[in-house]
Design a protein around this ligand. Structure first.
Ligand code: HXC
Length: 536
């Protein structure tokens, strides 16, 4: 009919001027030619990328993977299309380096987009290479790491480019909960392309060079008149602090790729394996005197929960997820006696440690990741409740809080709760209480587990009596005293079997280590179903 299919015509002729006949040629000559051609492909255009303040696709892989461990697939792949801005431009690799290597000797699959070719944009061949490593990652049960630096769908390839993205998204969903998926943004990530990081388990972004948005500043201005820079719209800090779309924000590519390696070192390769253990230090009998000093006895005095986490984990070493977002809850991976745990802790230093919409979303996703990948959960509780107010209610704090509740309720990994101080109301239940399935609940002598704090409780229960008094203060104080004596006895929950033990704070690390050892072989069967309907 004369009309080219969308995305250009399939090529039928190769470019002229190259002689592939073997007459008179030697193996040594062919090998030399082959080596020279490969060297040219692999060299690429580093100066173009360096000028932008970025590393090349291959330099990034060198930093990410163990030395000499990379096996590349489809180096020679290139699109077979003709058409404007296509037919005269058919670079090998098609703008993405794909393959597999190891991190600390453990296999991962990777792709790394090359911005110097078509702006790293994704066409049919480029997508097919990414599909291939995604399929191999899933088939071999290996983590997938995508290094993104791309102008998005390759405009000249039309709907075929969109089809390629769809194939990536479908594979992310299929691999979710089976292999860890990490997305690293090292340049532009625009349009629907941003849904690949959004579907991954962890998204890393680098300050200054990485940007991610559905519609760029130009479109924003046309549509709404709003003028905004690339960085203000979708820079690393915006996604790290405000949107929560970036789990980890780094200053430069080197530290970013080192962080990815560190995270991978703590994750199992797939959902059928345990997380990698290191040799324990005999933490089951370790005493940590500082734990008795970090946390003030007064329930409303702030402190940094990260200091508690540092005392509990091996070598004071832990890796925070979403460090900059919803800082009223801390989520981190660390090891206790060599065993990887996912720590969720209320942060009294920020918003007094209340749970709100964003904290619930942050912790829920973390809990679900840990559960999918056999990582025991350690929950450190010091929570005054959910944040009250119209802003929270109107924006769905019930719906978002339900995510965290649901995530804990369905988690089957070993679950240890430590109540440091207050644990009130719904927030107590949500933070891995016995009622929703924690396996071992420990509490400090400072624990206060109740429906409400003393003052709030007295004001509700004795409203009429207090209103009848000319000076209600003496009665209020008396009632608060009585309530405190009755309900805030540190053994109140333990007497009722809702807490297993009231421990000396300095023994917390040891008690957790012993608890993890006790729960190591935990197995829980769930009834068969297609999947639950998690409140999204
Ligand atoms: C084809 C592209 C391209 C694209 C960039 N290039 N994006 N080629 N398709 N999507 C090419 C440029 O033509 C240029 O080629 C080279 O890459 C470098 O681009 P520059 O614009 O010179 O670089 P820079 O100034 O750094 O700007 C980078 C950029 C910009 C911000 C990414 O190129 C840009 O806005 N690109 C278009 C982004 C976009 O709208 N993508 C589609 C989004 S929609 P030469 O030959 O000059 O070197 C989408 C849908 C996905 O992705 C849907 C999934 C469901």
């Amino acid at each position: 009919t004369g009309r080219a299919p969308a995305g250009g015509r399939q090529r039928s002729v190769r470019e002229p001027g190259r002689d592939f006949s073997r007459a008179g040629r030697t193996m040594a000559g062919l090998r030399e030619e082959r080596d020279a051609e490969r060297a040219k492909i692999i060299e690429g255009k580093p100066e173009r990328q360096h000028k932008l303040g970025k590393l090349t696709a291959r330099e990034r892989l060198d930093l990410l993977l163990d030395e000499d461990s990379f096996t590349e697939v489809e180096l020679y792949r290139r699109h077979q299309l003709s058409g404007p801005k296509l037919g005269d431009n058919r670079p090998y690799t098609d703008g993405v380096v794909a393959g597999s290597g190891t991190i600390d000797g453990r296999r991962v699959f990777v792709y790394s987009q090359d911005f110097t070719l078509f702006g790293g944009s994704l066409g049919q061949a480029h997508a097919a290479k990414i599909h291939k490593v995604m399929d191999l990652a899933l088939a071999t049960g290996s983590p997938l790491i995508g290094l993104n630096d791309s102008g998005g769908a390759r405009i000249q390839e039309g709907v075929e480019a969109l089809h390629g993205y769809g194939g990536i998204f479908r594979r992310h969903a299929a691999a979710s909960g089976v292999i860890p998926q990490i997305s690293v943004i090292l340049g532009p990530c625009a349009g629907g392309a941003a849904y690949s990081p959004a579907l991954a388990d962890f998204t890393f972004m680098v300050r200054d060079t990485a940007r991610m948005y559905l519609t760029g500043p130009d479109v924003v201005e046309v549509v709404s008149g709003e003028r905004v820079s690339h960085d203000e719209l979708g820079g690393a800090d915006v996604h790290g602090e405000l949107s929560g779309s970036a789990a980890v924000v780094c200053d430069d590519e080197q530290s970013c790729l080192a962080d990815v390696r560190y995270l991978v070192s703590m994750l199992p390769r797939n959902n059928l394996e345990p997380a990698p253990r290191t040799v324990g230090s005999g933490a089951g009998s370790e005493v940590r005197p500082r734990l008795a000093e970090i946390v003030p006895v007064e329930p409303n005095q702030p402190y940094d929960i990260r200091k508690v986490i540092a005392e509990v984990v091996d070598d004071e070493d832990f890796f925070e997820i979403h460090e900059l977002w919803a800082r009223n809850v801390v989520c981190a991976f660390g090891r206790v006696d060599g065993e990887v745990v996912g720590v969720v802790g209320n942060q009294p230093m920020v918003l007094a440690g209340v749970l709100d919409r964003e904290a619930s979303q942050k912790a829920a996703r973390f809990v679900r990741f840990c559960d999918a990948f056999n990582i025991p959960l350690l929950t450190l509780v010091d929570v005054p409740g959910f944040l009250p107010g119209t802003e929270q209610e109107h924006n769905g704090v019930i719906r978002h809080g339900a995510k965290l509740l649901y995530a804990y309720c369905e988690a089957t990994v070993p679950r240890i709760q430590v109540v440091l101080r207050k644990a009130y109301g719904g927030a107590y239940i949500v933070m891995d209480s016995r009622s929703i399935g924690c396996d071992l609940s420990l509490a400090w002598p400072t624990n206060e587990i109740a429906v409400l704090g003393a003052e709030g409780a007295v004001n509700v229960l004795f409203r009429k009596e207090l209103a009848a008094e000319e000076d209600p203060e003496p009665l209020r104080q008396e009632l608060i005293g009585a309530y405190t004596e009755e309900f805030l006895d540190p053994a109140y929950a333990a007497e009722r079997g809702l807490v297993d033990d009231v421990i000396d704070p300095v023994d917390t690390r040891a008690a957790i280590a012993r608890g993890l050892a006790m729960l190591r072989d935990k197995r829980t069967e769930r009834p068969r179903r297609k999947h639950g309907n998690v409140p999204l």
